[in-house]
Structure formats: C-alpha cells, structure tokens
Design a protein around this ligand. Structure first.
Ligand code: 5AD
Ligand code: SF4
Length: 443
C-alpha cells in the first residue's frame, strides 16, 4: 500500500461512536493512512453513522451524497460507511447507494482494516457482532481525556430504541483488562476517563467465575489507579441504578459529582409502553437517594416527547417532574419512529406539530431550572480541567468542572491542567469566572 494515503472521517451520534471513531483513526494510522483536511483531499471517505432518530439519518445522507460527487470526479476514492445506520440497513446500503465500497456495523472496525489491506476492493459489508473496538489503538481527540468501552450491546427492550438491533446483546469486557487499559491511559497522560456502555449499571452481570465484577467494584478499581483524577460514565439505566453506585459517588475521590440519569417520560403509563421497567415513583426514589448521598450532585437527563399515545396529562406529568427534580441540563427529543421497533407500530402516533409544541414547552422548563441550579455555583471556587481556549473569546480559557459544567474563564494554563476557578456568573449552559491566584492544583 502506498504510504501517503489519506482518510477523512465524519462522526455522527453518541459518545460510543466518538470512541469507535478514535479507534478507527488509530487503526487507519497504524496501516499507513494519515488524516486529510477535507473530504475532497481524501483517498478514503468514511462515515461513522447513527440511527437513533430520523434526523440523524437525514443529516448523514446529505453528507453521503457529497461523497458521491467527489467520487464522480475522483473514481479511485473509497467510500466507507460504518456504525449504527449501516447496521440498521445492512446490505441494502449497496443497492441504495451503489457508490459505497464498504459498509460495516459498530464494532467491525478490524474488518475495515482487513478490507483496506486486501487486494479486492469490490463492495463488501460486515455486520456480524463480534468484536470490541477497545482492543484497537486509538487516536485520542483530547490528549487528557479518554473513553473506555466497558461493554457493548444492550439487553433492554425499550420499545422506541433501535440500539438493541444495531449493537446486539450486552457483552461486558474483562475487568482486569479494563483496569490495565486505564493504567496505560493514565501512563499516557490521561487525567479523565469516561466509561461507556449502553447500560453501564448492568456491567459484569454476564461475566462468570473469577472475572465477575459489579459496576461499583469496577469504579473502585479504576478510582485507585494513579493519575486518574476524574471518572465519568454514560449511560446508566434508572432500573439498575443501585445504592452501591450512588455511594461510590460520595466515597471515590475521582468519581465526579454528575449523574446522567435518562428519564424519557414522567408518566408511568408512557414509561410502561416504552418498556422502561420503572415507574415515575421509582425514578424519583433514585433521585432522592442520589440527593441524600451526594447533595451537590449535578443531574442531567434525556426526555422524549410525543411518544405514541402521550396525552396532555402524560406530558404535564413529565413537565412537573422536570420542574420538581430541577435538572442541571437535559437532552430533549421529539419521538421519532424507527424501523423495526415496537413503538413504530403502536397506535395513536402524535402529530409533528404537537411534538414540536411540547418540545418547546419542555425546553422552557429545562432551561429555566438549569439556570436556577447553575446559580448555586456563583461565588464558589471550583476545580476545572482545562480543555483549551474559549470558543467565544480566544483570550480566555475553557474547561469543565467535576459537575460537567463548561466554564469560560480568565487565566493561564495548558489543556489537561487542573486549576481552581472562582465562579462569578452562570447561565443555563455555561459558567464564567477567573482562575484563582493559588496556581495550578496537583496535576
Ligand atoms: N425517538 C426519539 N428519541 C429517541 N431516543 C432514543 N430513541 C429515540 C427515538 N426513537 C433518545 C432517548 C435516549 C437518547 C440517546 O436518544 O432519550 O436516551
Ligand atoms: Fe450511538 Fe445509538 Fe446512534 Fe448507535 S444509534 S450511534 S448507539 S446513539
């Protein structure tokens, strides 16, 4: 293979995809590719796709047509499509988009390498679930922050969700292997790790014998690794959120004071049709337990509006819960029917306009409560991990608190340094302040 081949990769979707993309880049560089500045400069145009909502599909397809235009001018260009959307349409991709050369599901990154290094470059698809990308070399987007995939797949049966069909059944990675991976990240300068899984709380339940470990035990072992100053994870499932994990937030110094606890709906009737297997009361009970053990914990969530059959009363139950909990932030979604999922065939699908109206009402409450919650930080001195220059004012710095709040601040420091910032102002999204004069914390 000629050593000067270049790739361009565009990532859609969740953090799991971001992680897979870092592995894809690492793999490509290990077989001699380097990164191209734009698609037009690339010999290999890759997409790592998402299928969670229809909008994600539409956005991605517009990009795919751009690749077709490039390929018309430069027919040698290879176009590859990986990830959840590819998995959800499988071989259909070649009939619908004949200019695609290779398609592969999540976790099929090694197959991409095989394809690129083989002699035959006729269209091929790889959709068996078999591997973790965690074993592959990674090219990290941020030097001081690393993702660690602790499990793949999902055994839940949420009726709206396409993930169980795109990422298969849940398989946990060996805890010793994960600890070794985090150790090597730490040795490489990583200060913050984010543990990834579709449902991190059920981590380890499929492991047998001596390898068996619970999620809380895994957190404890990672916390003990020298150099790791912050641990985050996403996403937990409220049905499996146990007291041991909540306590870990109070007890383990590196585990951040932030929990992303997806709600989806505040109506027990809707939750039941979503097959979430918890009720409104059980969810609120988890929130109470979190507040009891970690009073200052930031809470964020995901909410879907306009699920089939959602009445005004159901929706108001969601609004009321969001008001009561007072999230520090929330991702809000209009329900989007996905092919092959149970909810797509439910009666009483909600009109688009009504979904949009509910979304607006929900966003108003989310933002108001988030802004109120953020005010508790004003006047406090918080530990901030520097990420780089501020996006709005390059003379300032940008970083993140343990609560996962973005802070723009005046100060001097390098990405990856932990500093203390005096918080002077807060909005629903960001905090603002100035570095305290005591200098960098132990880094
Ligand atoms: N429609 C709308 N939102 C969805 N999500 C998952 N599937 C759908 C769907 N079909 C949302 C959920 C999930 C987040 C990642 O995306 O809120 O937690
Ligand atoms: Fe991530 Fe789900 Fe999108 Fe796949 S479908 S990329 S798991 S959000």
């Amino acid at each position: 293979m000629s050593p000067d081949k270049r790739y361009h990769l565009t990532t859609f979707g969740c953090q799991m995809n971001e992680h897979d993309s870092e592995r894809m880049k690492g793999m490509l560089e290990s077989i001699g590719y380097s990164e191209a500045a734009s698609r037009a400069d690339a010999d290999l145009i890759l997409f790592n796709t998402c299928s969670i909502r229809e909008k994600a599909d539409e956005r991605f397809i517009a990009h795919l047509y751009e690749a077709r235009a490039i390929k018309r001018r430069a027919p040698e260009t290879i176009v590859g499509v990986g990830g959840c959307w590819a998995q959800s349409v499988k071989d259909e991709v070649f009939a619908r988009f004949p200019f695609v050369d290779v398609a592969f599901g999540p976790g099929q990154v090694p197959k991409l390498a095989e394809f690129l290094t083989s002699d035959s470059l006729s269209a091929q698809g790889f959709f068996e679930f078999e591997s973790f990308t965690g074993h592959l070399p990674a090219k990290r987007a941020r030097e001081h922050q690393g993702w660690v995939q602790i499990s793949v797949g999902c055994n839940c049966a949420c009726s709206y969700c396409i993930v169980p069909s795109t990422r298969g059944r849940e398989v946990s990675r060996d805890p010793d292997e994960l600890v070794a991976e985090v150790r090597s990240l730490a040795a490489d300068g990583v200060r913050e790790v984010t543990l990834l899984g579709q449902n991190v709380n059920s981590y380890g339940r499929d492991l047998r014998g001596e390898r068996r470990a619970s999620f809380a035990e895994l957190l404890g072992r990672i916390d003990a690794i020298d150099g790791i100053r912050r641990i985050r994870y996403t996403s937990p499932h409220p049905k499996d959120m146990r007291e041991d994990v909540i306590r870990a937030h109070a007890e383990l110094p590196a585990l951040c004071e932030h929990i992303h606890l997806p709600l989806q709906s505040g109506s027990s009737a809707v939750l039941k049709r979503m097959r979430r297997t918890y009720t409104r009361e059980r969810y609120l009970d988890r929130v109470a337990l979190i507040r009891e053990h970690v009073p200052d914990c930031a809470l964020t969530t995901d909410v879907i509006v306009g699920f089939p059959g959602e009445t005004e009363a159901d929706f108001e139950a969601t609004l009321e819960l969001v008001e009561e909990v007072g999230y520090d932030g929330a991702f809000t979604f209009a329900y989007s029917p996905r092919r092959g999922t149970e909810a797509a065939d439910l009666p009483d699908q909600i009109a688009h306009e009504l979904k949009v109206e509910r979304l607006e009402r929900l966003v108003e409450v989310v933002q108001r409560r988030a802004a109120e919650r953020a005010r508790r930080f004003v006047g406090r001195r918080l530990e901030v991990l520097i990420e780089g220059p501020s996006r709005t004012d390059p003379a300032r710095l940008r970083g993140r608190t343990r609560h996962n709040k973005v802070v723009n601040f005046d100060g001097i420091g390098e990405p990856g340094e932990l500093v203390e910032v005096d918080i002077a102002a807060a909005s629903s999204q960001t905090l603002s302040g100035a570095m305290s004069l005591v200098g960098p914390l132990r880094g």
